[in-house]
Write a protein that binds this ligand. Structure first.
Ligand code: RFL
Length: 407
């Protein structure tokens, strides 16, 4: 929400050059890079620190993104603990097809649960680089972001008082359900949306991975995915109707469907375990263009959502964060406006490329179960092309890894 004339209950407003709304991968990365350049900033987060340090979501991080974190001193623990993945496996028509993407491209994926990355980034920001952060804030509002004197107000969870922070810039990093996107008036940005019309039951199982790599099962009963997360936790996905109730999915039903949809000649049965997370995600995307309104710069899921079909959302959040932090530093320390002027266009190149890939891959995952024999036929053709043509395989691998250097 945006409005003018905030009234602090606590007297003098606070002042920071940059206010970052949201302590997810995007916001914390921006904060860390700013602090390393001695630019002061304040992170505002609605949840508590223990909550964000335990919230499981992503796991697949692209190699360029890890290199970007590493260059900024933010990947030490990740590089100690993350798993390196070089292959994935497609299972369809009862057979297994290994896809050795690192051998084709020299590039690999890292597997590192998002909550561990967030834990590392909070620790570095707040405990090492001395960054300011307020957890548990309520009713965040942006004011005057289309002027040179923007501010952000919020309710302090301990005192219940309304606080105001004056700033030069607001980084809107508050994810898909945040408030900063709504501060852009209709007519000042265009929001493109696309809805796949399908749901995924996203599961976390207290069970070791059943393969050394990611598995994609294309089955007439629906898509199924297997994503190793750690030695004893595995993420699984099951295609389901959008809006389905997770309670419709008992332990037995989940494992029966997973065993069926991921079953293939020569494959061992999956190792079953207790389901520790079970939620239905409706698969949809949006993109806000431009990602800027006045002094408000959107980053990550606040600016664009990619359904987790191609495991791209956190990678895009990190890409935005690198560009935004560098641009803010250039402006605040050298009055160089180039980065800020080009920020939205520089982010959107990668965003649209990943959106397109996500659409393409969605058809591969869901065509077989669509009930439409035409779509099932073209899905199979796409899969056979990847495994029959080295050129098609390389093109697929590059998109899967986000390897295009020209974004
Ligand atoms: P986040 O992580 O949602 O962080 C936003 C933060 O803002 C807070 N917040 C507010 N703070 C202040 N004021 C407000 N009004 C606020 N409203 C919200 C929130 O509490 C939160 O702490 O956004 P960010 O930083 O843009 O990061 C985006 C990623 O989290 C997201 O794209 C990924 O999780 C997507 N995703 C994946 N991405 C990948 O790159 N690789 C993957 O393997 C992958 N797997 C996934 C995923 C997302 C999933 N779900 C749950 C949608 C798997 C799943 C199941």
């Amino acid at each position: 929400m945006t409005s003018t004339s905030p009234h602090p209950d606590s007297g003098t407003p606070q002042r920071f050059p940059v206010v970052i709304v949201g302590a997810g991968p995007a916001g914390l990365t921006v904060g860390n890079i700013l602090r390393a350049a001695s630019v002061d900033c304040l992170v505002l987060e609605t949840e508590t620190r223990p909550f964000i340090e335990q919230r499981p979501r992503a796991g697949v991080i692209e190699e360029w993104a890890v290199r970007g974190l590493q260059r900024r001193g933010l990947a030490d623990r990740l590089l100690e603990r993350a798993q390196r993945h070089t292959e994935c496996e497609f299972r369809f028509a009862g057979e297994r097809y290994r896809f050795e993407y690192a051998q084709l491209t020299g590039v690999h994926h890292w597997i590192y649960p998002q909550q561990l990355l967030v834990t590392d980034l909070v620790r570095e920001y707040a405990d090492v680089r001395g960054g300011a952060v307020r957890f548990g804030v309520r009713d965040v509002e942006l004011h005057d972001v289309d002027t040179d004197d923007p501010s952000v107000s919020y309710t302090d969870p301990e005192t219940g008082r309304r606080e105001v922070v004056r700033c030069e810039f607001v980084a809107g990093c508050d994810g898909a359900r945040g408030v900063t996107r709504n501060a852009v008036p209709a007519g000042r940005a265009h929001i493109s949306r696309s809805d796949y019309g399908i749901g995924w039951l996203a599961l976390l199982a207290q069970a070791p991975p059943s393969s050394d790599c990611v598995l994609f099962g294309m089955h007439p009963r629906g898509f199924a995915g297997h994503m190793p997360r750690s030695a004893d936790v595995t993420r699984y996905y099951l295609e389901c109707p959008p809006g389905d109730d997770p309670e419709n999915w008992s332990h037995d039903r989940v494992w029966t469907e997973l065993q069926q949809r991921l079953g293939a000649t020569g494959a061992l049965p999956l190792t079953e375990g207790r389901l520790i997370e079970k939620r239905v995600l409706d698969m949809h995307n949006y993109v806000v263009e431009p990602m800027v309104f006045g002094r408000l710069f959107l980053a990550g899921d606040a600016a664009h959502l990619t359904a987790p079909i191609a495991a791209k959302g956190m990678n895009l959040a990190l890409h935005d964060a690198f560009l935004l932090a560098d641009a803010l530093i250039a402006y605040l320390t050298k009055a160089d406006t180039t980065g800020l002027d080009g920020y939205s266009a520089a982010c959107l190149g990668r965003v649209w490329d990943y959106q397109e890939f996500s659409h393409w891959l969605s058809e591969v995952y869901h065509g077989t179960s669509s009930g439409d024999p035409y779509r099932a036929g073209t899905t199979l053709a796409r899969l056979r092309r990847i495994f029959g043509s080295p050129t098609a395989a390389l093109a697929f691998a590059e998109q899967y890894l986000g390897k295009n250097a020209e974004y």
